[in-house]
Each structure stands twice: as structure tokens, then as C-alpha cells.
Design a protein around this ligand. Structure first.
Ligand code: MG
Length: 246
């Protein structure tokens, strides 16, 4: 998983370098695909079939702009100054998976949008720090949720993180909030567990809807969203960020 994680981290570094005004999102996707090919890594998003029987996902990255939260399809859209670009990608190498996402701020991003991204990154940092300290995931989820809400933003509940290993989506589900319902599925943080933790933070309300392309998820109120993700392993020596950028 460490080897797959290094490739995902490099892919996101390539994305960061490319994400400039005037660049089409498909160009970024093509660069990531070329990187996976170079390393002989299997892209996990391309051809991914949604359990509800949607069309297979056509690209190796999800690229979602501004009010799009997740699962955006790369295409001819050009990046503009002030955009928030969420890029999520995952690959498999020698049978093991890694998954990560970043939010890139392009050029002159308005202060409130900037703060949204900062809060999302802080929330992921809270998860990283607390995962080595707590026994139950709900303790961490509660801290993540509190930080978002203190910042005046909302936590997306419709999409959650996941266990990851031989396949990209494994149990358990890893929510970024707590509720009575989620507590039923609470899990203990034990050595050997590997989680893809991926908070999504909305500037406005938490509600989302999916566009007609069957994939792109947007905020219902049209306000921007931020999304960041790392694959985290619980080891005997504490938390290891599998997708850490070296
Ligand atoms: Mg994920």
C-alpha cells in the first residue's frame, strides 16, 4: 500500500502543478493516466461501476470544480482564476490500493473560499492526529464535525470515507460526523486497519444532488465545497499517512 500511496501522492503533485487558468480538466486527467501507465499501476476509477448501475466512470481522476463536491468527470472545461478544484484519484499496485484527494485553490481565491479549504484541511489533520490517540472512530468523527461547525460550515453526510486494502472500497464506512444511526456502525481503531478518510465540507448547507451525467455531485444550494483525503494506516508505531506527499 505504501508503494501505491507514493504513486497517488505523485499524481496529485502533478495535478497541482498543472492546475492553472486556461487548462482543461481532461489535460490533468491525461497526465495522471500517463503516470499510472509509467509505473504499471492500475487506475481504480476508470471503468468503476457504481452499485446503482450507472454508466462506468470514464476517467482516472474525479475533478470537481467549485459547487461540485465529488465525482466530477474531467472534460473540456477550462480552469479559471479563483476556482476551487477537487481532484480525487486512486490506484492499485501489486494488488494493493491507495486513494487520496486534494483541493487546489487557483490564483486569486476569495477569502471565504480560502477559509473553507483551510477548515477542510484542518479537519483531515484532526483525523490524522486523533487516530493514533482514540479507541473508537466516533470520537474522531465528533471532533471533525465540531471543527467544521465551529467554522460556520457544514459536513456532507451523504458521502463518507471507507476502509481500503485489496480493493478500494472495503468496510468499515468512515463518516465525518456522528449520528445515532452511524454510532451503530462505530468501529474500534486497531493496528492493521487502513482507512481512506475524506471529509467534504460545504460552505452552505450539507445537501447534495447528482447531475444528469449520473456522476457529478453538486451542492444543492450552489455554494462551494472542499474535499481532501488521505489513506491512513494504523501501525504499531502510530498513524502512517500512506498517501503523504514526500
Ligand atoms: Mg476515497
Amino acid at each position: 500500500m505504501r508503494e501505491a500511496g507514493k504513486i497517488v501522492a505523485e499524481a496529485l503533485r502533478v495535478c497541482r502543478a498543472l492546475a492553472k487558468p486556461g487548462v482543461r480538466t481532461i489535460e490533468i486527467d491525461n497526465a495522471v493516466e500517463a503516470l499510472y501507465t509509467k509505473y504499471g499501476a492500475l487506475p481504480l476509477f476508470k471503468g468503476y461501476r457504481h452499485p446503482e448501475g450507472k454508466a462506468p466512470f470514464p476517467a482516472v481522476t474525479c475533478i470537481s470544480l467549485n459547487e461540485q463536491l465529488v465525482h466530477g468527470i474531467p472534460g473540456q472545461r477550462e480552469i479559471r482564476d479563483g476556482d476551487l478544484i477537487k481532484i480525487d484519484t486512486a490506484c492499485k499496485l501489486n494488488g494493493w490500493c491507495a486513494d487520496a484527494a486534494i483541493t487546489i485553490m487557483v490564483g486569486n481565491v476569495r477569502p471565504e473560499r480560502r477559509r473553507l479549504v483551510e477548515v477542510a484541511e484542518q479537519v483531515l489533520q484532526i483525523a490524522i492526529e486523533e487516530t493514533g490517540q482514540r479507541r473508537w472512530w466516533s470520537e474522531i468523527a465528533a471532533r471533525m464535525q465540531r471543527h467544521v461547525e465551529l467554522g460556520g460550515f457544514s459536513v456532507v453526510e451523504q458521502y463518507v470515507g471507507h476502509g481500503i486494502g485489496r480493493v478500494m472500497h472495503e468496510n468499515p464506512q468512515v463518516p465525518n460526523y456522528v449520528s445515532r444511526d452511524m454510532r451503530k456502525y462505530d468501529f474500534r481503531l486497531e493496528e492493521g486497519l487502513v482507512l481512506a478518510v475524506e471529509p467534504m465540507v460545504n460552505m452552505g448547507r450539507a445537501d447534495t444532488r447528482t447531475l444528469g451525467d449520473q456522476w457529478t455531485v453538486v451542492t444543492k444550494d450552489g455554494l462551494p465545497s472542499a474535499h481532501v483525503e488521505h489513506t491512513l494506516a494504523i501501525t504499531a508505531n502510530g498513524v502512517e499517512i500512506i498517501t503523504r506527499d514526500a
